[in-house]
Ligand binder design. Sequence first.
Ligand SMILES: [Zn+2]
Length: 324
Amino acid sequence: MQNFRWIILTVLALTGIALADPHTLKASRFNGVLYVSVHDIATYYELGANSSGAAGRVSYRSATAQLVAEHDCRDITLNGVTHWLSVPVLDTHGQLWIASLDVLKVLDPVFREGRLPGKIPVRTVMLDPGHGGRDHGAEGAIGREKVLTLDLAKRVQRLLEAAGLKVIPTRTIDENVSLDERVALTNRKNADLFVSLHFNSGGNAQGIETYCVPPAGAASTGNPFRRFFGGGDDKCAANQFDEKNVWLAHCCQRSLLHITGANDRGVRRARYVVIRDVACPAILIESGFLSNPVEEQRLISSDYRDKLAKGIAEGILEYRRTTE
Ligand SMILES: [Zn+2]
């Protein structure tokens, strides 16, 4: 086992957050991947004591932060929201370990609550109602994705404009807009944030998922366990916003869950074209499954879509508050 000083800690120390002793946090290499022990993470972020009695599982909760993780799992709980890691949690040398990449790109933005370097004031938000025209998207027994995304975007737009933000939709009518056109429009308008709105399809699954791109070299959430690095998962434009993407996704996922009470399917990773190629922090929200008859009943209700809109708008406003 080799130990490494973790250079990023110097950066963290310089940005002014109250930390324990950053020099105590070390990374160790197992099977070619750098990890930090969960014990060191808990000390560093002052998470208190592990209250889990189970082997291979940790549960920390302080007054302001929460971490639940289980060995071999890529999904962990951070401050009430499920997050999908790039690398599964490792159980070795009598404790659990989280990859340095995930500590840096997932845990740190969440535990620092958006107090990130390189702040950009949020003035213009691009809202992207998925699909349209010939492209219907997912279809339930009654609900059509392209209709519901446009309706939801209009509701979110009203709330954000009432809070003083400029909102530009990628479409305002039932028309075909290619993915590349959506990206080009966002970049031409110099948007500060991009939020793509979708509804899901996949049997009887239910709940809300929020996507952002994985870090360079890491696989998307849907990829098999062993392929977490390599496989053509190259760096993309959005990787310059990795931490901001995660924080925006966390804010929206958290407020959506809070307002709707929906099932938490987590902050997930995929290199979808629209969130991969825009020149600002970007997320894609799947607000529920049209393929599930019970969830579809909620999604086609105007009152429920008001809740979804409120959840998304409040998440964006929380991001603005914390990053300014
Ligand atoms: Zn869609």
